[in-house]
Design a protein around this ligand. Sequence first.
Ligand SMILES: Nc1ncnc2c1ncn2[C@@H]1O[C@H](COP(=O)(O)OP(=O)(O)OP(=O)(O)O)[C@@H](O)[C@H]1O
Ligand SMILES: [Mg+2]
Length: 395
Amino acid sequence: MTIPSVFKDESKLDINYIPPNLPHREKEQRLLMEFFSFILRCPERMAQRVILTGDVGTGKTALAQNFGSKISSDAIKRRINFRYVHVNCRELRGSLQPILHRAVVAFRSNYPARGYSAEEILTALLQVLDEENAFMIFTLDEFDSLIEKEGSDAVYKLTRIQEMRPNQPQRLSFIFIIRNLDPIQKLDESARSTLQRSIINLERYGKTQLMDILNDRVSMAFDIGAVSEDVVELVAELAFTETGNARFGIELLWRAGKYADAEEASSVKAENVRFAVSNILPGLRRSELVSLGLHEQLFLLAVARYFKENNEVYVALSELEGVYSVICEEFDENPKTHTQLWNYTQYFSSMGILKIQVSSVETRGRTTRISLPSTSAKELERQLTDYLDLMGRTE
Ligand SMILES: Nc1ncnc2c1ncn2[C@@H]1O[C@H](COP(=O)(O)OP(=O)(O)OP(=O)(O)O)[C@@H](O)[C@H]1O
Ligand SMILES: [Mg+2]
């Protein structure tokens, strides 16, 4: 006998699932199509660079991938040799070499992963595109991670490669995905100027927009009648207060469904949703963890270890720095500077994971104390270790 479930197809709630339609992103989809329409008409004439920005969970990745498959199928109909390649820079720790390798293997599946520099791979990529008379949109998702790791030089190289080949067909276009433009502002003038041409900004979703998105997903993932309109509204409300984050709403729906299944109920109740919310680590979800930089993760691991091992409420940054450098050794990484760690602390404080307290009572001057107010150190350590292990294995 099969176990009863409120789900008919749970995979439609997976964080990596890309739905065929993206409600409330029609305008942006059309804009992308306009920016790249030349690929379908006269591809060799030009190359395009588009920046896609927007807060967490506003649909940047989904929009780009959705667009990629649409333009790919249009190109096939017109017999244009075209590839859409989407790479998450953060997953490759921001290194240009493996990122470029992903583009080359779209054509040369046995191109060696090691032994060539980033420049050599870039040259090889253009050569392959020439040989195949092919065109590519190369999407660099979580582009900030590449900027952080490789700096202005890499960006300059990427964007200028076409201009190094005057009078030759243009073959390589880019979509850069980044939550906000700050990291781009920090680039050298020359790198920056090649980037900031066309920017599409995805606004945060409103509550009714989130309801439409969630309803769409409910009909794909749940049995008919398993999720009432009221429950959808509650989830949308919660996702709306979480900065209009569609991913949070979808994750919440999935968890609530799991709790309903555990109770062998035939529908998802509001209480399942409330329970699901209260069980998600405040300020930090798995999906958020994934989007942190490696050193942000290592620093947070230091925080978790410190509080797990010491029965304290507060810690000084210098103390954390010691734990962090031991962890860096384990991971064979060079530790970041004190200033950088202070930036991380402020970032995590703005996310609500850490709390910073500056006290000036002591005569010796001001001291800064850091606490982990509402997250279990043990649970945080477990999640981070699991994740870092996984990344280590897939490298
Ligand atoms: N308009 C939409 N319609 C349907 N699903 C959507 C829509 N927008 C976002 N989603 C879904 O919400 C989740 C988050 O979207 P996505 O991953 O594209 O966000 P993002 O902007 O890339 O976030 P991040 O900055 O964290 O990478 C995905 O599961 C995506 O499929
Ligand atoms: Mg994304």
